[in-house]
Design a protein around this ligand. Structure first.
Ligand SMILES: C[S@@+](CC[C@H](N)C(=O)[O-])C[C@H]1O[C@@H](n2cnc3c(N)ncnc32)[C@H](O)[C@@H]1O
Length: 251
């Protein structure tokens, strides 16, 4: 008898994606989504920590009951189809914490590889010969975000980080998800966001342990070598190509 488990990936990716195919963020988390669970847990931790830092007890309860007030600032570097962005927005909404989320992506796939990528990329890595993650669009992700009810909470910024980061308004951040695979984008995002993090704010790294993108580790290690923060590691589900994630809390 053949049994199917929730841990098995569907064989074919649907051509059209919708709000119904987003990651679930309610616990218990489904094993199929193991790779995303640490992000959702760490984002929840960042939201609660922000809420504690920003408000006294009475004010917190009052503001939470109506879900308004000064927003938490968050960013995602590498949005792709918007699923992790919307899942995080839902967590903040469930916790009644107002958030301003900036979602940065080329919406045209990964940029060209640099020498540091070519040095460590597996010989058979598909991205050596073709652009990955170009099967998305700004318009489709904007529609996903809007139909999930987050048009006023999330702003998508289209373009390569090297061009878009310098155009962002000057502000401080409480949470940043860096999910951009390659060496140079990691360095660009870290150089931009690290000095702008509030104390206690979290930078989450999706690809530090990725076997497919080992250049993420090279970039993060290089950037953090003279910084005081410690990388914290978190795995959900079975050992996988990218089930262990890490993050730092800004000192
Ligand atoms: C793995 S996908 C992100 C997945 C998404 N966070 C999720 O969990 O659903 C990586 C994304 O990073 C984007 N990216 C990588 N380097 C970039 C750069 N320098 N500028 C803009 N986007 C970049 C790619 O376009 C791609 O959509």
């Amino acid at each position: 008898m053949t049994t199917t488990t929730t841990a098995q990936r569907p064989q074919k990716r649907p051509a059209v994606y919708s709000v119904r195919q987003e990651l679930p963020h309610n616990r218990p988390y489904d094993l199929y989504y193991a790779e995303k669970v640490p992000l959702l847990q760490v984002f929840e931790k960042a939201v609660l920590a922000w809420d504690n830092r920003s408000r006294s007890g009475i004010l917190r309860n009052l503001v939470r009951s109506v879900g308004v007030g000064k927003p938490m600032q968050a960013a995602e570097c590498g949005v792709y189809r918007g699923h992790s962005l919307v899942a995080c927005l839902r967590i903040a909404r469930d916790l009644r914490v107002p958030v301003n989320f900036i979602g940065l992506d080329s919406f045209a796939g990964l940029p060209s590889l640099v020498e540091e990528d070519l040095k460590v990329a597996p010989e058979n890595a598909p991205y050596r010969n073709k652009v990955l993650f170009d099967d998305t669009s700004f318009e489709a992700v904007n529609e996903l975000v809007t139909s999930a009810g987050f048009a006023d909470r999330a702003k998508l910024i289209r373009g390569f980080f090297v061009d878009t980061l310098p155009t962002l308004p000057e502000t401080r951040y409480d949470f940043v998800n860096i999910d951009c695979d390659l060496y140079a984008p990691h360095i660009e995002c870290l150089e931009y966001f690290y000095p702008k993090m509030n104390a206690g704010g979290i930078i989450f790294f999706d690809d530090y342990h990725s076997r497919d993108f080992p250049m993420a580790k090279s970039a993060i290690d290089k950037f953090l070598e003279d910084k005081p923060e410690t990388l914290l590691h978190l795995r959900f589900g079975p050992e996988g190509t990218n089930h262990t994630k890490c993050y730092i809390e800004k000192l």
